[in-house]
Design a protein around this ligand. Structure first.
Ligand code: PRX
Length: 655
């Protein structure tokens, strides 16, 4: 367990104010403990009750959990529902005229739509999909900018039982192609372009590149939302259709298709420890329940709230807390097209002021970059509408936490540091903010019904202060059901034999303090977390070695002040080791290459060249050494087993 021992230093504790606690959905520690005890004493009874109360069922379930084919768990398996109905239709009797979405574009134009208007748009688009024969179980890839239409497309799929797979707009044509092929998508929904930070982001041309790359014959239609200034887009007649033409004349009512609780709602590809992204498959009912519960529990949702989650719909956070959660509880939410630094570093705060946002959810990397651009900027805005703040995606350092708490939250708003993953679908470890006192840098305690623990290699809980593996010991409704096309990998990745194939292994190390608070320490596998985005080192290595110049590559992470981690690549070229100007040129080329193979987010920040890589005599690359070299640390580790110790010097020299 070396390398994951912990040091406890943070001792500050911030209980909610009396005012917050008194008004909270879950008020005080007793209320929290009662829920946890209910879950512990009657697990299925607890979840069954949650599912009955929070979801509107077309056909009620009679069975809560089926563990007979573990780890392919089934929840509420004989129930039928429709997720879009739960997110829209059921609110209409009372909330038809309530704002569902306040959309702010990159240049500040605001569009507001009510639940009734959202209903019409979703129905029209769903009818469009239906008219081309898309039905329950078909796959639709969505490659869209942040927009009302992205949410409409997701909801329309849910309405007819189609399975969407949203691909983040920053991924390259090649990444998109891989996902389209793996999902065998019949439709791709995109926009001609996106606009971020005043710049045009190509989308349709990337879709064309993906489709031209071969293997995508499954795609019958590309639906193109006209977003940006250019009237034209590269076009394939017969296949491509403008969004506005696609919905023209389509009825504004579409009966929601009842689906089984376990019908897949979506597939979302994420990085793992091999080169191939994993298609994380989520269910309909269990996923929806996780989204609804955590809106009420973690975000203490109140009908008067204006909720804003800044995540892109291309990530799980944007699925659960933009595409589904806020709508499922009937909230008014802000959706933002742009970036936090455009036109200046006050953009978030200006939007909070203007839209009177009360619950705000963002990533530590955004917070850190905004601090750097001017720690006092939030003071220029009226942030009094805020009552609760959240963070997600990576550990937040206590300094950034304190700044967020004081400068943004005015010392009055609890901070919900939420730990979860693409695979868990919704928050797992997070404070119920009217109950659980917070500590800067800790995601605090498990939510009720989440049996999280920290264990050693043998599966025994570790004592307080000791690092170990974060596991979840019982299945929970919103967890990943399988990996699309790869059930074996699903079993192997998440339910290791060491734990009798029973515990869900999250892939993170963590420790607990004396009060049982969880502190996440980082990934235990070869996955990096760059600006809150998950990247597999193997994925980047495969991209690098696909370049004709490259013989071998190893990628590691290095701590980065703003991004959390940065990407460092060690490369052996087929030709001689480059230096000076030549090395610079090759580095620029390789960075571009990785950008086009995976996406700009995966470009290495630094590339170092050697005649070889440090390997053991059996040929294994010694990544731990490479991590030390990347950090510029002195090598204190034993290198006697190294086949080629001189290589280390070479790799260090390139500093
Ligand atoms: O390492 C953990 C980190 O992000 C990983 C999950 O990444 P992804 O599936 O992309 O989902 C991100 C958004 C939910 C985790 O394994 N992580 C996520 N939230 C936190 C975190 N690390 C520390 N603190 C968090 N609050």
């Amino acid at each position: 367990m070396s390398g994951i021992d912990s040091i406890l230093t943070e001792t500050r504790v911030f209980p909610p104010s009396d005012e917050f606690r008194i008004n909270a959905n879950i008020s005080g520690m007793d209320a929290y403990n009662t829920l946890c005890e209910q879950a512990a004493s009657d697990y299925e009874g607890f979840w069954g009750k949650q599912a009955k109360e929070n979801i509107t069922w077309f056909k009620p379930f009679t069975k809560v959990l089926n563990e007979s084919n573990a780890p392919f768990y089934k929840w509420f398996e004989d129930g039928e529902l429709n997720v879009s109905y739960n997110c829209i239709d059921r609110h209409l009797p009372l909330l038809a005229n309530k704002l569902a979405i306040i959309f702010e574009s990159d240049n500040g134009t605001v569009t507001r739509i009510t639940y009734m208007e959202l209903y019409r748009r979703v129905c029209q688009f769903a009818n469009g999909l239906k008219s081309m024969g898309i039905t329950r179980g078909d796959r639709v890839v969505i490659y869209m900018p942040m927009s009302i239409e992205a949410v409409v497309a997701m909801q329309a799929c849910a309405r007819i039982g189609a399975i969407h797979s949203v691909v983040f707009g920053g991924f390259s044509g090649k990444s998109l192609q891989e996902r389209i092929i793996d999902a065998k998508a019949r439709v791709v929904v995109t926009a001609n372009e996106g606009v971020r930070g005043g710049k045009l982001v190509p989308l349709k041309s990337v879709v064309d590149e993906a489709l031209d790359g071969g293997g995508c014959e499954c795609v019958e239609r590309v639906i193109v939302f006209k977003r940006a200034v250019h009237e034209d887009a590269p076009w394939t007649i017969g296949r491509d259709v403008w969004w506005h033409d696609f919905i023209k004349g389509k009825p504004e009512h579409c009966e929601p298709t009842p689906v089984n609780a376990e019908d897949p709602l979506f597939i979302l590809y994420t990085s793992g420890s091999t080169g191939k992204p994993k298609g994380v498959q989520h269910s309909s009912a269990g996923y929806l329940l996780g989204a609804i519960n955590t809106m009420r529990w973690t975000f203490d949702y109140k009908p008067s709230d204006i909720f804003w989650c800044t995540a892109d719909v291309g990530w799980i956070t944007g699925h659960t807390y933009v595409g589904y959660g806020p709508l499922a509880v009937g909230a008014t939410q802000v959706i933002f097209e742009g970036v936090p630094t455009y036109p200046d570093a006050g953009r978030f705060w200006k939007m909070i002021e203007q839209h009177r946002v009360s619950v705000f959810y963002t990533a530590p990397t955004a917070i850190r970059s905004l601090i750097k651009l001017g720690a006092d900027i939030p003071e220029q805005y009226d942030l009094s509408s805020l009552r609760l703040l959240g963070t997600v995606g990576e550990p937040i350092n206590p300094e950034a936490w304190m700044w967020y708490y004081e400068k943004v939250g005015g010392g009055r708003c609890p901070i919900a540091d939420t730990w979860w993953q693409t695979e868990t679908g919704s928050h797992m470890l997070a404070p119920m903010p009217g109950a659980v006192p917070t500590k800067p840098g800790s995601c605090t305690l498990p939510l009720p019904g989440i049996m999280a623990d920290i264990v050693d290699e043998a599966g025994f809980p570790v004592e307080a202060g000791k690092g170990g593996f974060l596991v979840i010991k019982r299945p929970f409704p919103s967890q990943v059901r399988t990996l699309w096309n790869d059930p074996e990998r699903f079993k192997k990745s998440y339910f290791p034999e060491e734990y009798n194939n029973k515990y869900y292994l999250a892939g993170d190390s963590a420790h607990r303090d004396e009060q049982g608070y969880f502190w996440i320490m980082g990934r235990i596998d070869d996955v990096l977390n760059v600006s809150g985005h998950r990247l597999g080192t193997m994925e980047i290595e495969s991209a690098l070695v696909a370049n004709p110049l490259v013989a071998e590559a190893a990628v590691v992470g290095k701590p980065h002040e703003i991004k959390g981690e940065s990407v460092v690549a060690f490369v052996v070229l087929k030709g001689p080791r480059p230096s000076g100007e030549e090395a610079k040129k090759i580095t620029a080329n390789l960075r571009e290459w990785v950008g086009s193979e995976i996406g700009a987010l995966a470009k290495p920040d630094e590339i170092r060249y050697g005649d070889n890589l440090p390997k053991t005599r059996s040929g294994k690359i010694m990544r731990r050494l490479l991590r030390a070299v990347a950090k510029g640390e002195e090598i204190t580790q034993d290198i006697s087993t190294l086949e080629n110790p001189t290589i280390l010097k070479q790799l260090q020299e390139t500093l």
